[in-house]
Write a protein that binds this ligand. Sequence first.
Ligand SMILES: CC(C)(COP(=O)(O)OP(=O)(O)OC[C@H]1O[C@@H](n2cnc3c(N)ncnc32)[C@H](O)[C@@H]1OP(=O)(O)O)[C@@H](O)C(=O)NCCC(=O)NCCS
Length: 168
Amino acid sequence: MKTLAIDIRRADGNDAEAIAEVHHQAWLGAYSGIIPHRALTRMVGRRGSQWWKNAVKRAANVMVIEIGGEVVGYATLGRNRARQLPQQGEIYELYLKPEYQGIGLGSRLFSAARKQLRSHGLKGLVVWALEENTNALSFYEGMGGRDVAEGVEVFEAKALRKIAFAWN
Ligand SMILES: CC(C)(COP(=O)(O)OP(=O)(O)OC[C@H]1O[C@@H](n2cnc3c(N)ncnc32)[C@H](O)[C@@H]1OP(=O)(O)O)[C@@H](O)C(=O)NCCC(=O)NCCS
């Protein structure tokens, strides 16, 4: 039997192409049928490898999870953007390639991202998820998050509700 090493680390410019691929597959997988097709295609198209190269370079905090040297997921994190919430940190995005979902990698990446926020002195964290993304809601509930707020995001005139989960 082959043993594949799992590694979670900060992303660098060389990961840009792999992250773009994860982003593409994970977003189409998670949001097809939820976000209107045209808006989704446009959002995915905007985030090619050059976009990710810049994101990593701009010191955006991007982490990747690798299995046997292949990047299969990423997370982006930083300061909480919602002023009305007291938590200081936020995981902006957490995505895995569809074939790597449901085997415990998301929880590992989430814990690593949480630790990273804490190490930057940020207390507490929030994550937003679209209400129709029921897998994500179950995941964040399973990770012990409390739903603390809701909001609305508009995609091509379609308003979608989103929920904030918080950890203190
Ligand atoms: C959401 C996501 C990051 C979760 O990562 P994952 O690796 O699939 O989840 P894990 O295997 O680590 O599961 C951890 C726990 O979450 C819960 N969970 C995960 N997926 C679930 C699902 N589809 N339905 C119900 N519960 C689920 C379970 O409680 C699980 O606990 P268990 O170990 O007791 O079964 C991943 O599935 C993903 O990338 N999904 C598509 C993109 C997305 O929706 N991202 C979030 C955007 S806000």
